[in-house]
Design a protein around this ligand. Structure first.
Ligand SMILES: [Zn+2]
Length: 130
């Protein structure tokens, strides 16, 4: 996501169920990072908003479609991946102490991408960030 833009909203309303790819990524991230306490809520999560840039795959979660993406959250896990067009993508799973709130992706080198990298390209970066 383009955090440098001052005119871009942080997120825009976008309500739908998670798709198979998003669920698969969430299960992979919580299992690979040992965040097992979050695993049971994945099947209940709804997508309530997407990144304000409108093109990257970053999505925000809520328990219901009425949830507001307002709670402060922090990085639970960080990964890198490679999108199908060769763009290196940073991936962060964000949440509060009890809830997953956001699955964020950003371009590490300025390349464009609009889909999640394949899980087979994921590299765990948790140990490289404090
Ligand atoms: Zn974005």
């Amino acid at each position: 996501m383009a955090k440098s833009s001052s005119t871009m909203p942080y997120c825009i309303e976008h309500k739908r169920e998670l798709n198979d790819v998003e669920r698969e990524i969430l299960y992979y991230l919580v299992r690979d990072s040992g965040l097992h306490e979050y695993e049971s809520q994945i099947q209940e999560l709804k997508i309530i908003a997407r990144c304000g840039c409108g093109s990257c795959p970053t999505v925000l979660f809520g328990n219901t479609f009425e949830s507001k993406p307002a709670e402060p959250s922090s990085d639970l896990a960080r990964y890198m991946g490679m999108s199908s067009n060769g763009t290196t993508v940073g991936i962060a799973l964000m949440g509060t102490e009890t809830k997953l709130t956001e699955l964020e992706a950003w371009s590490c080198c300025g390349g464009e991408f609009d889909t999640w990298p394949d899980i087979s390209t994921f590299v765990n970066m948790n140990n490289l960030h404090t």
